[in-house]
Design a protein around this ligand. Structure first.
Ligand code: C2E
Ligand code: CA
Ligand code: CA
Ligand code: CA
Length: 279
């Protein structure tokens, strides 16, 4: 029998499904995490040819859970993406990343663009562009210091909406990357319709590009495609020198991966950023 209790927990009757209860507690945990600073950001450099030549930073979220310890994004981002919770999380990420850029600039360091991963749900929402432009002006950071990484699957869902939002982002000088390129179900026709800047070759092709001809051929084809469309190409998940050598021989110049730098907390990044020249 249902009894109306004084406290919220009793709202959930025993015959309510486990899934609903789980969903409720997940939402509460994420909200608690946002409120009590359990999330933090790490930054992974993208380099041009050399380790020291840092072109930009990708922002990756981390969750230091009070009971579960460090929870990887793969364990909570996909669940958050089932609801508007992902928008809350990604707005937090954008805000913190821009705040960090301002802090580095205030420390007189030369800042580089930061790339945030956005869920498709967020990209097509009405809130995105307004939120970004408001935060950029709040921190006094120019749009060219922000990049958006978006996976292919997302782009195919509502292409016209993507085109419209991306046009607004471009008007703010924000760059757009296609993440995990080659793993979606494309139809490549979206590549010419969207105002993209960068293709990121998925880690799964990079992994064996030095040992499997097929993987090398796929990398070569993606690099060629990017070049003909005048897009920059980034190889991600690069872990070994043979991979780097192979990718360089195929014409790739921008790399990201443990071979160069692991994702790291902001104080370590600050040590890699170049002090601005004295005026
Ligand atoms: P992603 O955007 O494809 O990010 C690349 C992942 O590969 C990251 O895992 C990164 O730490 C890892 N990685 C980088 N270099 C190497 C390497 O050399 N070898 C290997 N094995 N891995 C490497 P991470 O940080 O666990 O993130 C996993 C995924 O979670 C990301 O994949 C992205 O889709 C999502 N994610 C992370 N942070 C955010 C966020 O703030 N918002 C959203 N919406 N998604 C995020
Ligand atoms: Ca990414
Ligand atoms: Ca990726
Ligand atoms: Ca990925």
């Amino acid at each position: 029998a249902k009894e109306k209790g004084r406290d919220n927990a009793q709202f959930f009757t025993p015959n309510m499904t486990n899934a609903v209860t789980k969903k409720f507690s997940f939402e509460k945990e994420v909200n608690d995490a946002l409120a009590s600073e359990q999330f933090y950001l790490v930054y992974q450099p993208k380099v041009q040819m050399e380790k020291d030549n840092i072109l930009g930073l990708e922002v990756l979220i981390r969750w230091n859970h009070p009971v579960k310890g460090l929870v990887p994004p793969a364990d909570f981002i996909p669940i958050a993406e089932e609801s508007d919770l992902i928008i809350k999380i990604d707005e937090w990420v954008i805000d913190q990343a821009l705040m960090q850029l301002k802090a580095w600039r205030d420390q007189n360091l030369s800042i580089v663009p930061v790339a945030v991963n956005l869920s498709g749900r967020h990209l097509v929402s009405d809130a995105l562009v307004t939120y970004i432009s408001e935060r950029l002006s709040y921190y006094g950071i120019e749009g060219r210091y922000l990049e958006i990484e978006i996976t292919e699957g997302v782009l195919l869902q509502d292409i016209q909406r993507c085109i419209d939002v991306m046009a607004e982002l471009k008007a703010l000088n924000i760059k757009i990357s296609v993440d995990d390129f080659g793993t979606g179900y494309s139809s490549l026709s979206y590549l010419k319709r969207l105002p993209l800047d960068i293709l990121k070759i998925d880690q799964s092709f990079v992994e064996e590009c030095d040992s499997h001809t097929e993987d090398a051929k796929i990398c070569e084809t993606i690099i060629y495609l990017a070049r003909s469309l005048e897009l920059l190409i980034v190889a991600e998940g690069v872990e070994t020198a043979p991979q780097v050598n192979m990718l360089k021989s195929l014409g790739c110049e921008i790399f990201q991966g443990y071979f160069f730098h692991k994702p790291m907390k902001s104080p370590l990044v600050a040590k890699l950023l170049i002090p601005r020249a004295e005026i």
